[in-house]
Design a protein around this ligand. Structure first.
Ligand code: AMP
Ligand code: MG
Length: 483
């Protein structure tokens, strides 16, 4: 195929036995067209930097190039705490793997490709609105420094898809170094396929955790790595104010990356009880509960590995979670407020800061960004973000006292802080504006947000209004799973 003749494709997952997937022919979208193409990423994969019709047809199921060998993965998982054996790629297909210039190998997964044997009652499609959200958010997280799947391209079509209203079928071309989920292992375990469980663990070790192969107990070493990377991921989400929304074990990447974007949300005002998923009635996946759920999900994974790893090694691996989560969260929060040394009073300083933010519903992202401007703009703009101005002054006083124990100058500290506290995040209302325009056929706002969020830590004064507090209508936005 001429358009991607220099790209290098491979098919490692395809080498697994048939209990792991079914071959599926994608169902073509009607009149597909490009919404966006991630040029920089494409270039790193030796794909054309400009999108073209040949690739459009291949990704939307109109043609099937020889490089693509589409398959739907079989997996299971715990959804909202209950085991569901019947999951699998119900609308996404793994086409091939592709090698990047830096040596990494990515799965090419086409989300919204039509029915598969695992579609259950679903229609195999993804609507434009949820595809835009996944496309923008995965790239936004990547540029913030949060591990995540990536997005290569976004396609819309004239295929009608019926949700609460009639929408159009879209495709998000998702790339990840692996699409193996906790639920893949659970599937083998709960169906009693212990040989296949071993096959999958060996495959995962060889392809994704090669350094563990040298260890005395490679399987246990791999689980330890998964525990550590998951703890770090969950710490990052909470430090950046990100809520995933549907932390079922089928949405947990074995690589500790943000995976399967649904009704996610960034905090606007700081609210630990924030529930971004309108259908999560009990708040199982609330912002504050995310860290607990990380451990719950890892425990489910460990249980499914119990035929291969001794009980004491499972326990030892799981015991790494909490200290790693706390270590990483505290490292990130110290960076956010610019502390290089550790002092006895720090827990109190942080405790009072979080209490101030919660009580006054302070905008989480703006607070830290403004704190990073203390050198040039002083304390007044920080105070202005807090309803109880006296309480803000008391905390700022405490903070400034604490800063006298640091060696850095104000300017040095603030400059470093601005590399840890983004000015721009994908707030729900920003995504919604881009979606509303796109549904009217205008994709310019998708392009604008994509570009803006590639440099979330830069001032980009021309985009200043994108860092504003959300408008009042944003509080009424309800995001649910019907994507
Ligand atoms: P999710 O909530 O997106 O993580 O999906 C949970 C399960 O439902 C997975 O097995 C998906 O493949 C499947 N699924 C979600 N949406 C659809 C759809 N529109 N058609 C078919 N399967 C779907
Ligand atoms: Mg999912």
């Amino acid at each position: 195929m001429s358009s991607w003749s220099s790209a290098q494709f491979s098919y490692h997952f395809h080498g697994l036995s048939e209990s792991f997937y079914r071959g599926v022919t994608p169902s073509p979208l009607s009149h597909p067209h490009w919404v966006h193409w991630n040029r920089e990423f494409a270039e790193s994969l030796q794909l054309p930097t400009e999108h073209n019709t040949e690739m459009l047809n291949a990704f939307s199921g109109i043609t099937l190039p020889e490089e693509f060998k589409p398959l739907a993965m079989k997996y299971a998982g715990h959804q909202f705490g209950y085991y569901n054996p019947d999951l699998g790629d119900g609308r996404g297909l793994l086409m091939a793997e592709i090698k990047a210039n830096d040596g990494r190998r990515y799965d090419i997964h086409v989300k919204g490709a039509g029915l598969t044997p695992f579609s259950r009652q679903g229609d195999g499609r993804a609507v434009l609105r949820s595809s835009i959200r996944e496309y923008l958010c995965s790239e936004a997280l990547h540029h913030l420094g949060i591990p995540t799947t990536r997005a290569l391209g976004l396609i819309n079509s004239e295929t009608l898809v019926y949700r609460e209203k009639t929408e159009t079928g879209a495709i998000c071309i998702r790339l990840a170094e692996s699409h193996i989920r906790f639920g893949h292992f659970e599937h083998c375990f709960y169906t009693g396929q212990h040989e296949q469980l071993k096959e999958l663990v060996e495959h995962t070790l060889r392809n994704h955790f090669p350094e563990c192969q040298q260890q005395e107990k490679p399987y246990a070493a791999m689980l330890q790595q998964v525990v550590i990377s998951t703890a770090q991921l969950f710490a990052k989400w909470n430090a950046f104010g990100f809520a995933h929304g549907v932390l079922n074990t089928d949405n947990m990447s074995i690589l500790g990356q943000t995976f399967d974007f649904g009704p996610f949300g960034f905090l606007d005002n700081y609210d630990p009880s924030f529930i971004c998923n309108h259908s999560d009635y009990q708040g199982r996946y609330s912002f504050a509960n995310q860290p607990n759920i990380g451990l719950w999900n890892l425990t489910a994974l460990a249980h499914s590995l119990s035929p291969l790893i001794e009980r004491s090694d499972l326990d030892d691996a799981l015991a790494l979670y909490e200290p790693e989560l706390n270590r990483e969260f505290s490292r990130l929060m110290r960076q956010k407020i610019g502390l290089q040394t550790k002092q006895d009073q720090d827990p109190e300083l942080f405790g009072e800061m979080f209490a101030l933010l919660a009580k006054n519903k302070v905008d989480y992202t703006r607070f830290f960004r403004q704190l990073s401007m203390l050198d040039s703009q002083g304390i007044q703009p920080v105070i202005d973000l807090v309803l109880d101005r006296e309480a803000a002054k008391i905390w700022l006083d405490q903070y400034q006292q604490r800063l006298t124990l640091e060696a850095q100058s104000d300017a040095e500290r603030c400059e470093a802080m601005r590399t840890h506290n983004p000015k721009y995040i994908l707030r729900n209302h920003l995504a919604q504006i881009a979606i509303d325009k796109a549904e009217d056929g205008d994709y310019s706002e998708v392009e604008t947000l994509f570009t803006l969020l590639q440099n979330p830590y830069d001032e980009q004064p021309e985009y200043d209004q994108y860092s504003n507090l959300p408008p009042s209508w944003a509080h009424e936005l309800e995001i649910s799973c019907s994507s």
